[in-house]
Design a protein around this ligand. Structure first.
Ligand code: ADP
Length: 541
C-alpha cells in the first residue's frame, strides 16, 4: 500500500511530545512490512543540522494561501525505508519555536496542509491512504473533500485522522481561516467546520476523515463522554462507527536497557546489577543523597495540568515526609516549574528538577529510578509508563485512557499486576497508592522483583498495532487481507481470566486493541486481537 503520514512532529527530527515518537516509530514498522511509507513534516529550524545536510532538494513551487503566494520547497531524506519530505518555508517554520507564540498558527498549518496536497502531483506521488495526525493536519481531510476530490488525481485517496490529544484543537476565527484557505460560508456550519462560533482544525479532521482513530481503546471510549470529550463528544458519538482505539507502541530498540548506549550500565531481567549502577550515577549526577535503599520516584513529562501535577502540588509536603527522592524532568507551565523549583530548594538532596528537553537524561532517569509517577487527569495513551516498565521502573498511574490499558495495579489476592494505580482524580488516593508502592519496595522484595520482571518482559512494540492499522487501511481500500505475518501478542498478559479482574463493558468503538500484560509463564496469545478494551484492574482498597 502507498501510505502517506502527515504530522507536525516526528522523531528524530523534531519533538515536543508523544506524537513525534508515534509517527517516528510507526512509519518504519509499516515500511518494514513492505509498504511504501512516506512522511511529510515541516522543516522547522529545530531540525538538527546533521539531518538537514543529508536532505536532497526535490522541488519548489508556490502555494496560494488566499491572496498570498508563498514559497514552498520540498526537501527529502530516506531513513529506515521511509521517505521523509520536509516542507520548507522559512517564514512559517524557520522560527525559534515549534508551536505557538506567533499568533498565526492558523496560517502556518493552513500553509502546511495546502502545501502537502499541492505537492503530491508535482512529486508524482499518489498515496492510497493519507494518515493525518492531530489538529495541525486536520484540514487536509476537509480540503481534500471540499476542494480536491473532484480532480481524478485525488479522487481515490482515503483519509485517516488520528487523535493524539483531544485537548489541543486548533481553534481560530472563521474570517482568518477563510482568508487563508478560501473556504466559503457554506462549510462553516455546525455540522462541518464551525464550532461554537469558531473554526476548528481538529473538528475538520473529525468531520471529514474517512476513519478516525485514537491512541488507546479506553481513550476511544472516554472521549465519547462529556467529561473527556472536550466539546467534541457529540460528534464522536455520531461518528462512533468510524472511531477506533489502537494502542501506541514504543520504539523497543531505542528503549532497551540491555543495549542502551545512553545509560551508565546496561542490565537485563536476569542480571539487574546494572540498574543499581544507573541509580547511583543518577543520584550523583543530580546532586541527590547517594543511597541505594532510598527509592527514586521520577516524573518525565510535559508540565501541564493534563498530567495530574495538581495532585502532586496538593500533597507535596506529605510525599516528601517519606524516605524517598523525587526527580522531575519536564518543560511547560510556569506554575509547575515554580512548584518543583521550590521543592528542590525546600528538600535539598531529596528533590532534583530539570526544566529542559533532554532525551539522554530521560533515558538515565528511566533506568535509574524505582518508581515512575504519572497521575494524569486524562491520558490518550501515554508512552512514558511503557518506557518505565521496560526499564524495570514501576509505574504509579491514574486509571485513565492508555494508562488503564497498559498498567494493571498489583493485586495481592491473585498476584496479578505490573504496577500500581488509583481511580479517582484525588490527591490522597494518589498518596495512598504511592505509599502502597513504597511498602512493596521496602518490605516485599520478591514481589517487587516479580513486578519488575513482568514490566521488562512485556511487549510494547509496534508489531501488533501496526497490523491493526494495516487492516484498517485494507478495509478502507477494500483490499484483501495479506497473508498473516509472524503472529505476535500485543502486550503480554499478566492475568487473562481471573476472578479478581473485572471485565470492562463491551467497547462502543469499532476496532480497539485489547492490551493486557501477560501472566508469568503464560503462553502468548495466538492472534493479535482487535476487539475489546483491557480488563480494568479491580480497586484494591
Ligand atoms: P505526551 O505526548 O502527552 O507529552 P507521552 O507519555 O505520550 O506524553 O510522551 C511523552 C514522551 O516525551 C516520552 O517519550 C517522554 O519520555 C518524553 N519527554 C517528555 N518530557 C521530556 C523532557 N523534558 N525531556 C526528554 N523527554 C521528554
Amino acid at each position: 500500500m502507498k501510505i502517506l503520514f502527515t504530522a507536525s512532529e516526528c522523531v528524530p527530527f523534531c519533538k515536543t511530545g508523544g506524537l513525534a515518537d508515534v509517527v517516528g516509530a510507526l512509519a518504519p514498522v509499516l515500511a518494514e512490512k513492505g509498504h511504501d511509507v512516506r512522511v511529510m513534516l515541516p522543516l522547522y529550524s529545530a531540525v538538527p543540522h546533521d539531518y538537514v545536510k543529508e536532505m536532497q532538494h526535490v522541488l519548489d513551487f508556490e502555494v496560494e494561501l488566499g491572496w498570498r503566494k508563498q514559497y514552498c520547497g520540498i526537501e527529502a531524506l530516506v531513513r529506515d525505508g521511509v521517505t521523509y519530505y520536509f516542507i520548507d518555508n522559512k517564514y512559517y517554520f524557520g522560527r525559534s519555536y515549534i508551536y505557538g507564540m506567533g499568533g498565526d498558527e492558523h496560517e502556518r498549518y493552513a500553509f502546511f496542509c495546502r502545501a502537502i496536497l499541492n505537492a503530491l502531483p508535482l512529486l508524482q506521488y499518489q498515496p492510497e491512504i493519507v494518515h493525518t495526525h492531530d489538529w495541525q493536519t486536520g484540514m487536509i481531510s476537509a480540503l481534500l473533500k471540499i476542494q480536491y476530490q473532484h480532480l481524478p488525481f485525488y479522487a481515490e485517496m482515503k483519509t485517516v485522522y488520528t487523535i493524539h490529544n483531544l485537548q489541543y484543537q486548533g481553534i481560530f476565527g472563521i474570517p482568518e481561516v477563510q482568508d487563508v484557505l478560501s473556504l466559503d460560508n457554506s462549510v462553516f456550519t455546525d455540522d462541518k467546520l464551525e464550532c461554537y462560533g469558531c473554526a476548528n482544525y481538529m473538528k475538520a479532521g473529525l468531520v471529514y476523515a474517512d476513519e478516525i482513530t485514537t491512541v488507546s481503546p479506553s481513550y476511544a471510549e472516554e472521549i465519547q463522554t462529556s467529561y473527556y470529550g472536550e466539546r467534541m463528544d457529540g460528534l464522536l458519538r455520531a461518528r462512533r462507527q468510524q472511531l477506533s482505539g489502537v494502542l501506541n507502541g514504543i520504539d523497543i530498540k531505542e528503549y532497551d536497557p540491555e543495549h542502551d548506549p545512553l545509560i551508565p550500565a546496561r542490565y537485563t531481567v536476569e542480571d539487574m546489577s546494572g540498574k543499581a549502577v544507573c541509580k547511583e550515577e543518577l543520584q550523583k549526577e543530580l546532586g541527590l543523597n547517594v543511597n541505594p535503599d532510598t527509592p527514586i520516584i521520577s516524573i518525565i513529562s510535559r508540565l501541564s495540568n493534563q498530567k495530574g501535577l495538581d495532585l502532586i502540588d496538593r500533597v507535596i509536603g506529605e510525599i516528601m515526609e517519606e524516605d524517598l527522592q523525587l526527580v522531575v524532568l519536564g518543560l511547560g507551565d510556569a506554575k509547575y516549574v515554580d512548584l518543583f523549583s521550590w521543592a528542590e530548594q525546600r528538600y535539598p538532596g531529596k528533590v532534583a528538577a530539570r526544566f529542559k528537553m533532554d532525551g539522554a537524561l530521560a533515558h538515565r532517569i528511566y533506568a535509574g529510578s524505582d518508581l515512575f509517577l504519572m497521575p494524569s487527569q486524562f491520558e490518550p495513551c501515554g508512552l512514558s509508563q511503557m518506557i518505565a516498565l521496560r526499564y524495570g521502573t514501576l509505574p504509579v498511574v491514574r486509571e485513565t485512557g492508555g494508562l488503564r490499558d497498559t498498567v494493571l495495579s498489583y493485586n495481592e489476592a491473585n498476584n496479578a499486576g505490573n504496577g500500581f494505580s488509583f481511580f479517582n482524580y484525588n490527591a490522597h488516593d494518589m498518596l495512598y497508592t504511592l505509599r502502597r508502592a513504597l511498602y512493596f519496595y521496602r518490605s516485599q522484595k520478591d514481589t517487587w522483583a516479580l513486578l519488575q520482571r513482568r514490566g521488562m518482559t512485556g511487549d510494547y512494540s509496534w508489531m501488533h498495532s501496526a497490523e491493526v492499522y494495516l487492516s484498517l487501511y485494507r478495509d478502507m481500500l477494500g483490499k484483501q487481507e495479506a497473508p498473516a505475518e509472524e503472529e505476535k501478542p500485543a502486550v503480554e498478559e499478566i492475568v487473562a481470566e481471573t476472578p479478581a479482574v473485572e471485565k470492562a463493558a463491551p467497547a462502543p468503538v469499532k476496532k480497539p486493541r485489547a492490551c493486557k500484560p501477560k501472566a508469568e509463564g503464560e503462553a502468548p496469545a495466538k492472534k493479535p486481537k482487535a476487539s475489546k478494551p483491557k480488563a480494568k484492574a479491580k480497586k484494591e482498597e
